[in-house]
Design a protein around this ligand. Structure first.
Ligand SMILES: O=C(O)C(=O)C[C@H](O)C(=O)CO
Ligand SMILES: [Zn+2]
Length: 299
């Protein structure tokens, strides 16, 4: 289906062909001046994505911050093809972009230009700039894969590569006493799968711990995106955000995404167990380039 609204907007110049299907939602960030006066509804509309992971579809959102594209692909009985989008003005999705994918659902496959990658739960795939055909499949439609997608502009071609959960080396942080014992798994980063600006991995909390990224930090050189997964439907994560002296929270459900500008802390406390995918784009790829904030200074 071609989007009628989009066709009206772009009759001057841009030629839409049938393969440019529905357009992406556009998410426009707020700034730290407007932030403290935002209502709960405004905060949620600006920083939270609640409607990804539609069964049998690819969902994509374009964020003006670092030109991030956030999305999901949940293939059921038939594979799903990643199409280019009108907003990208590109012949194919990865013409000028790189893409990171994390599977948080059942086992599946991703095929990139004829190469088929097996994607168990928590496998991660990097798709390099210039890759033309990307498609997603589930092994079983009654336990579909749930592919989380994160894409940034790319200025070089790095090879498409996958990594399975069992091959990731975890970094243990936190303690039981401070309720934040957790393991960080880095997949796409300077010493792992190479990329232009995308940095991507996930964090799993130990049983009984519920706090992530505490003490918190900001990092003006990059924006960050959190996608919470394996959250029980009856439970929520209280995602903390905002300038360290002006924090607010978003109540986040399973497979929802919180966008975090460089001026914002990003941390969370779950009412039960959860994992989350963190990913970043921006000026550098040093994972530990963080401006730490002491807990006592938070307001
Ligand atoms: O639990 C944590 O700590 C994290 O997962 C931190 C994120 O990875 C992060 O904020 C990286 O900048
Ligand atoms: Zn961070």
């Amino acid at each position: 289906m071609v989007c009628e609204a989009y066709m009206r907007v772009c009759t001057c110049g841009y030629i839409i062909t049938a393969r440019y299907t529905a357009h992406m939602k556009l998410l426009q960030m707020s700034d730290p001046v407007r932030f403290p006066r935002m209502t709960t509804a405004e905060l949620r509309e600006t920083f939270l994505l609640e409607n990804l992971f539609t069964a049998g579809a690819i969902d994509l959102v374009y964020v003006d911050l670092d030109r991030t594209v956030i999305g999901s692909a949940v293939p059921m009985a038939t594979p799903l093809q990643l199409e280019t989008q009108p907003e990208l003005r590109a012949d194919f999705f990865c013409e000028r972009r790189e893409l990171g994918v994390l599977n948080v659902g059942g086992a599946g496959f991703i095929t990139v230009d004829g190469e088929r990658y097996s994607m168990e739960k928590l496998s991660c795939l990097y798709v390099g700039r210039g890759s033309k055909n990307v498609s997603f499949e589930s092994e079983k439609s009654d336990a579909p894969a749930a592919f989380y997608l994160l894409s940034y502009p790319a200025h070089a071609d790095y090879p498409t590569k996958s990594v399975a959960f069992k091959d990731l080396q975890g970094l243990q942080l936190g303690t039981v006493e401070t309720c934040n014992k957790r393991t960080i798994y880095k997949a796409i980063y300077r010493d792992g799968i190479r990329s232009c600006e995308l940095v991507m991995g996930f964090t799993l909390l130990d049983a009984g711990s519920n706090l992530n990224t505490m003490p918190p930090h900001t990092h003006m050189r990059r924006s960050e995106v959190y996608m919470y997964f394996d959250v029980d439907p009856a439970h929520r994560v209280l995602h903390l955000m905002g300038p360290p002296q002006e924090t607010r929270h978003l109540v986040v459900a399973n497979r929802e995404v919180a966008v975090s500008p460089g001026w914002s802390i990003h941390a969370g406390a779950g009412t039960s167990a959860y994992g989350f995918c963190w990913s970043m784009g921006g000026e550098n790829q040093a994972y530990d380039d963080m401006d730490g904030v002491s807990i006592a200074d938070l307001k």
